[in-house]
Every structure is written in C-alpha cells, then in structure tokens.
Write a protein that binds this ligand. Structure first.
Ligand SMILES: Cc1cc2nc3c(=O)[nH]c(=O)nc-3n(C[C@H](O)[C@H](O)[C@H](O)COP(=O)(O)O)c2cc1C
Length: 335
C-alpha cells in the first residue's frame, strides 16, 4: 500500500493537528519538561501525557502533581488515562477539563504488570463489554476529543482486531492509535506496520501508527505499509529529539522548523526545564531516564549514560554531562 503523506492539518473535533507527528505517552518521559523541549525543538504536532490512573486524578494537585504540571506551550495535549470500569470517568474528565486538556485518551494497550493487577490497559482490551462501557461513558462525559491507544491483540487475528477497532469507532472515539505489536511482545521485535494498515482500511476515523520509528526512513516505510493518518514516536524521539522535526520536514514537507543549534544546547535546556517544572527531589530520576535514551545519539554515549546513572545528585549529573560534552567531537554535536 502506497500513501503520500498529506500536508493537510488533521482536524479532530476542536483540535487542529498541523503536522501529524505525535509524541507517545511514556511513563517517566512524556512529562512537561520533555514536552516543552520537543515543542521548542519543533516538528511535533500532538503531545500525549504519560498514563494516569483515572481514579486518582480528582485528588491530584494541579500545581504539585508531576503528572499535571504543564506549560501553556504544550499544545495540543492529550491526557492518557487508564481505568477498568466507567465509574471514575466523570470526575476524571471534570478534572481534565479543569486543567485544560485538549483531549482524553484511554490506554487499552499497555502490558505493564501494574495494569494487570488493576485490569486496565491491555488487560482490559480482552473484555469488550467493559471497554464499550468505558468508552461510552467517556463519550457522554465530554465534548473533548476522545481517543484510544491499542496493540494488535493477544494473537494475530484480523477479524477480531478490526471488530474491536470498529467497536471503539462506533462508541464515538475521534481517532485511534495502533501500536503494531501483540500484547506482551517485546520492543526488540519489529512492529507490524502492515497490520496497522488492516485497521486503517476499515475505519473512517484517523488512525495513528506507532512502534519502532527511529529514523526518517522508518517513518516513510511505516506510512507506506500502514497508510496511516499520522505517526506516533516514543523511544526514537528520546534518543533523537530532532526526529519529530526531521519527519515533519522530510515526510510532511514542513519547512518552517528551526530547533536547537547543538545537541549540547538541547540537553542543557532539558535540565533547565526539569528545574523549572519539578521539585528538587523529582528531577534526578527524570534526568536519568531521559539520558539513558539520549546518550544513544553519541558514539561514546555510554559514558554519559553511565556517569549520569551513577550520580547521586543533580549537580553531580550535570558535572558529568559537562565533562562528556567537553570531550565530544564538535561534529557529533550538530543536529
Ligand atoms: C518507558 C516507556 C513508558 C511507556 N509508557 C506508556 C504509557 O504510559 N502509555 C502507553 O499507552 N504506552 C506507553 N508506552 C508505550 C509507548 O507509548 C509506545 O507505544 C512504544 O514505546 C512503542 O513506540 P516506539 O517504538 O516509538 O517507542 C511506554 C513505552 C516506554 C518505552
């Protein structure tokens, strides 16, 4: 299947997605500092938060919860929730509307053990009637865009997959993200972009393809194989935060993007954003998590990753990073 990337904005109810290159929801990574960094770098057209427990949301402090802290430049921003029944929907949605969410996404794909216990994420997807109840409640609770993020299912079964996606569409979701792996499949396995294509062919709502996009060439192949309306990028965008801009430019023809001059500048801007957005005790863990990925962009990046990982304070981690960048060839620092 060949599909030319459309340069037309994607209109999803009240939100206009200028370029359908989307930041994936990722625990510990899709927070305010990263989202702002990516907006400043350019190219990202739609942002997701990391997943949040719908039940807890009404009790989270708008000013103190690291999940809810946000800058106005992080737009449009979809808040992802996980839940196992419709009960928490109304209060969770009220809170999300109060904090200025641009949309609500329901996690129906995550295989993490903490979701198994709660019967949420990918574990919920097995119970079609429960999913129907939740999506119906969400649709009733808000005029905001409602979306879902799924994997391909427990086993490769095209009819079952398409039926499930149609159920979501019939219950009124506005767009669907499909991560092209089966439930429980490891990230080292190539994503099945062609299976996302099976879904795309059968639905009328926009379908966003996700999984294994690390380069512009991956982005082009994913689009060709899936025919999707947009691309969601997770780990690849942490390794190379300029990937969103590269894809926006080279796949979607956007010429108006200018990001950070160097990779060092980008890294230290990230640290500054961490300091602006998070309390002292919440910074180092987030710096470590991001650096594990970002370090992969450099030939000797394992030195950076190791030094930051072993740091006991932000000052120590920043010192190590300064030393690493001082030793790095200038040619490696250019975007
Ligand atoms: C550290 C990490 C945390 C994640 N957290 C979430 C999450 O909160 N919600 C979700 O739907 N998927 C989550 N995912 C899955 C990603 O959204 C995405 O589907 C997956 O990483 C595949 O995309 P990629 O190959 O571009 O990284 C997470 C993935 C990673 C690596």
């Amino acid at each position: 299947m060949k599909k030319k990337a459309s340069s037309q904005p994607l209109q999803i109810r009240s939100i206009t997605v200028d370029t359908p290159v989307v930041l994936a929801p990722m625990v510990g990574l899709s927070h305010s500092a990263i989202r702002s960094l990516l907006v400043e770098q350019g190219g990202v057209g739609l942002l997701f938060t990391e997943m949040m427990a719908a039940k807890r949301l009404p009790h989270d402090s708008v000013t103190h919860s690291p999940m809810l802290v946000r800058s106005p430049i992080e737009k449009p921003l979809i808040y992802q929730i996980f839940l196992s029944s419709p009960e928490p929907v109304q209060l969770a949605v009220d809170k999300l509307e109060h904090v200025g969410a641009d949309g609500v996404d329901v996690n129906l794909g995550c295989p993490a053990p903490q979701l198994r216990r709660r019967g949420a994420g990918g574990f919920l997807a097995e119970d079609r009637e429960a999913v129907r109840g939740i999506v119906r409640a969400l649709r009733k609770a808000t005029e905001l865009p409602v979306s879902a993020k799924i994997r391909l299912g427990r086993e490769l079964d095209k009819d079952k997959l398409v039926q499930f996606c149609k159920l979501l569409e019939d219950e009124g979701i506005d767009f669907l993200t499909v991560h092209g792996r089966l439930h429980g499949e490891k990230f080292c396995r190539p994503a099945r972009w062609d299976w996302i294509g099976h879904v795309k062919k059968e639905l009328s709502i926009p379908v966003i393809a996700n999984g294994g996009i690390f380069t512009v060439s991956d982005a082009k192949r994913c689009l060709e194989q899936s025919g999707a309306d947009g691309l969601m990028i997770g780990r690849g965008g942490m390794e190379r935060p300029w990937l969103f801009a590269d894809v926006a430019r080279e796949v979607y023809g956007r010429q108006d993007i200018s990001g950070f001059a160097t990779r060092k500048e980008l890294f230290f801007r990230f640290i500054q954003l961490l300091e602006e957005r998070f309390a002292v005790e919440r910074r180092l863990g987030r710096m470590k998590q991001f650096t594990q990925y970002y370090a992969r962009a450099f030939t000797f990046g394992h030195h950076l990753a190791g030094a930051v990982q072993n740091s006991n304070s932000m000052d120590e981690a920043i010192d190590s990073a300064e030393q690493f960048f001082a030793r790095t060839e200038p040619s490696e620092l250019q975007n």
